[in-house]
Design a protein around this ligand. Structure first.
Ligand code: 9WN
Length: 438
């Protein structure tokens, strides 16, 4: 066997190499996704990173989440980036001066002592906090970890459910592709086409210094990202319908899963979790009602401005497989789609592609337009296991572990060949490897 999945820390083992990546990316209070490309703290990266770190450094895992939540805004939003003050401004674009969080975000209660972005990312944090607690309950209780993070996580979910239900149907909308986390997914092409791009000369991308241009979003994409973010900032981060609002399956499924986790945290703290479990089930029902498409056999995004479903098969539409309360026929259809011709898992592809293999927009190397990512692989592995698909879950686990180690913990890989794309030594790839090894 090429890989013996021994969680021992023998030098040179995938386990030891994954730990070394997380050590190298640790800044003292949090972990960067990648030293070169992403030299600050990212919101959903930190949640995934904490999930892996808990097995080898539970105190660091707790600290990771505490650092992120310390940057929470008064209105409850958890920013998608927390900037490290010692990193040069030009190391990443958009830099803190673009977001002007401490001035433009004042009405929404941006923190005064730390600089952040003003948009959000998927709410994986309550799930992460619960898993981190379970890895070392004695340490967690001794530090009062859950008691400290619970009110912040509750405020975070409250913000999303109350300020971001822009479609009025009980689901959260994202107002920027960076919020959903799959930046240049073809799912955004139609909703983004209405956004007038900011002129290319008005900003300077930093990502191209670290990533191949053909693996990254285009300049036109960036022009639109900049316009949307600048308009949100100039409106002082008030929530309402801007030029882009989309109900996304993965974002909402992660919120529902995290709401279940928050219910467990509440119970551990001596309260009752019943209302939270019920809310998670309502979110699940709203997802099925509003975004499930039986003809596609998967969930679709909904463009809130037109009220129409987006007819693109993104991996986002499979992630709700994570939900325990999914109707059985929906779960069965999702497994069929995952393993069928559009995603090819176990037949044409080694890991789950980020987009429809048969779609016109598919590109095996360009970021979220086709390559396989390790966080979605990890989420779908859990979903398969939850719904009794043990053999498929085992095979996906093996593929994630093999490709993560063989690609030097790449940010994403070609879904056919496993060739590394983007950054290597990427935080959540290493962390989720550790989680699957334990
Ligand atoms: C913008 C950090 C982040 C991930 C996202 C991924 C990428 C940023 C970028 O990197 O987005 O937030 O500069 O492209 O798309 O999912 O959280 O790893």
């Amino acid at each position: 066997r090429a890989f013996a999945y021994d969680p021992s820390s023998a030098p040179g083992s995938p386990h030891a190499r994954a730990v070394a990546v997380l050590d190298a990316n640790w800044t003292g209070t949090s972990t960067v996704p990648s030293r070169g490309l992403y030299p600050h703290q990212w919101s959903w990266d930190s949640a995934f990173i904490a999930i892996g770190l808990r097995h080898v450094a539970p105190l660091r895992a707790q600290t990771e989440l505490e650092t992120l939540l310390a940057a929470q805004w008064g209105d409850g939003r958890v920013p998608h980036i927390v900037f490290h003050p010692s990193v040069p401004l030009d190391a990443y674009f958009p830099s803190p001066d673009f977001w002007r969080s401490t001035t433009a975000g004042r009405a929404a209660g941006a923190p005064r002592t730390v600089q952040t972005s003003g948009i959000v990312q998927p709410p994986v944090h309550a799930l992460a906090a619960w898993l981190v607690h379970r890895a070392d309950p004695a340490l967690s209780r001794a530090r009062g970890f859950l008691a400290r993070v619970y009110p912040r996580l509750a405020a975070w979910h409250r913000y999303l459910l109350h300020r971001r239900d822009l479609g009025g149907g009980g689901l959260v909308s994202v107002v920027h592709p960076w919020e959903q986390g799959m930046d240049n997914s073809p799912c955004w092409d139609a909703p983004l086409s209405r956004v007038a791009p900011a002129p290319a000369r008005s900003f300077r991308r930093a990502d191209l210094a670290h990533g191949a241009p053909e693996d990254r979003p285009t300049d036109l994409d960036y022009g639109r990202y900049v316009r949307l973010a600048a308009d949100y900032r100039d409106g002082e981060y008030r929530d309402g319908r801007g030029a882009f609002a989309v109900e996304d399956p993965s974002f909402n499924a992660l919120l529902a899963v995290s709401e279940h986790a928050l219910a467990r945290i509440a119970r551990e703290l001596g309260a009752t979790g019943t209302a939270r479990h019920a809310r998670a089930e309502r979110l699940t029902a709203a997802l099925v009602e509003r975004l499930w498409d039986p003809a596609y056999g998967q969930f679709l995004c909904r463009d809130v401005l037109t009220g129409e479903a987006v007819p693109e098969r993104g991996v986002t539409g499979l992630v709700p497989l994570l939900l325990p309360g999914l109707p059985r026929e929906v779960a069965r259809a999702l497994v069929g789609t995952l393993t069928g011709p559009h995603f090819g898992l176990g037949t044409r592809t080694r890991l789950v592609p980020s987009h429809d293999l048969l779609g016109e927009a598919f590109d095996p190397h360009r970021y979220w337009r086709g390559p396989a990512w390790f966080n979605t692989g990890w989420l779908l592995e859990r979903g398969l296991r939850l719904h009794g698909e043990r053999a498929r879950a085992d095979a996906l686990r093996t593929a994630v572990l093999e490709l993560a180690a063989a690609s030097d913990f790449a940010e994403y890989v070609d879904p056919y060949t496993g060739e590394a794309c983007g950054a290597t030594g990427f935080g959540w790839t290493a962390a989720l490897t550790l989680d699957l090894l334990h």
